[in-house]
Write a protein that binds this ligand. Structure first.
Ligand SMILES: C[S@@+](CC[C@H](N)C(=O)[O-])C[C@H]1O[C@@H](n2cnc3c(N)ncnc32)[C@H](O)[C@@H]1O
Length: 229
């Protein structure tokens, strides 16, 4: 997937014949800790996920409502609507990242109806509820301790059965990812690796890293199983 950076610092990402703009907001910090928030920047996994959606998962997107968790700059969700036929995306993250998500949706011509930007911390439920067809996750598998609350959020919005919810996630292949996947499996999700690619790093094109794409489905719940935290 081709990415170019303009003088103004905006990244331009080509997806399915259209070029999307991604604005990174270096100055977005956590007010409590003063630390820069990781979601201020575009991570390579989101390029890998957008590329997978364009090449292999497009069928699931036509007319779909897509929800992205830990969206950061929101590329996969925005690409799903702007380039790949989804009807609507709900872009979610922590509150400080929401103005950047809105700005990126606007920069790519998505209306408030097409890109619904909302706060959603893992462990919380999406309010008001939305019928979610596709869940997208890019580079959110790094801390296994986060996964039980992430699973609780996913259970709250997942629909089972034919035409039910399907999830796609991408991650750099690094320490901790498999542990995260194992925890999600313990909490009721089937997670299958469907693609592995090696690509240059955005900020150091001399270096490459491996990335994996996963498909998530919810296991049929046995009656009486309680998944609350
Ligand atoms: C490594 S960044 C990836 C950002 C973006 N998805 C990408 O690939 O470019 C991880 C993202 O997860 C979000 N995140 C981390 N913990 C979270 C939590 N407990 N609730 C909601 N979002 C969270 C961060 O704010 C950040 O946007």
């Amino acid at each position: 997937m081709e990415v170019t950076t303009e003088m103004d610092g905006v990244l331009h990402v080509a997806v399915a014949g259209r070029t999307l703009a991604v604005v990174e907001r270096d100055g977005t910090h956590d007010q409590a800790t003063g630390r820069a928030l990781t979601g201020s920047w575009l991570w390579e996994s989101s390029l890998v996920l957008a590329s997978h959606l364009a090449d292999d998962a497009r069928l699931h997107l036509r007319g779909a409502t897509v929800l992205e968790v830990g969206a950061g700059t929101g590329l996969p969700g925005i690409a799903a609507v702007a380039c790949l036929g989804a009807a609507r995306c709900v872009l979610t993250d922590g509150r400080p990242l929401l103005p950047g998500l809105r700005a990126n949706a606007d920069a790519n011509g998505l209306t408030a109806e097409e890109a619904d930007v909302r706060e959603l911390r893992w462990g919380e439920q999406l309010e008001p509820e939305v019928q979610v067809d596709v869940v997208l996750m890019s580079d959110v598998f790094y801390d296994p301790d986060d996964m039980p609350v992430m699973a609780a959020t996913l259970h709250g919005l997942w629909r089972d059965g034919d035409g039910g919810t399907v999830g796609w996630a991408a991650s750099e292949v690094r320490d901790g990812v498999q542990d995260c996947i194992d925890v999600l499996r313990e909490h009721g999700f089937e997670v299958a690796e469907v693609e592995r690619v090696t690509r240059p790093l955005l900020r150091d094109s001399e270096e490459t890293a491996a990335f994996a794409v996963y498909r998530l489905q919810r296991r049929q719940l046995q009656p009486g199983v309680d998944l609350t935290l």
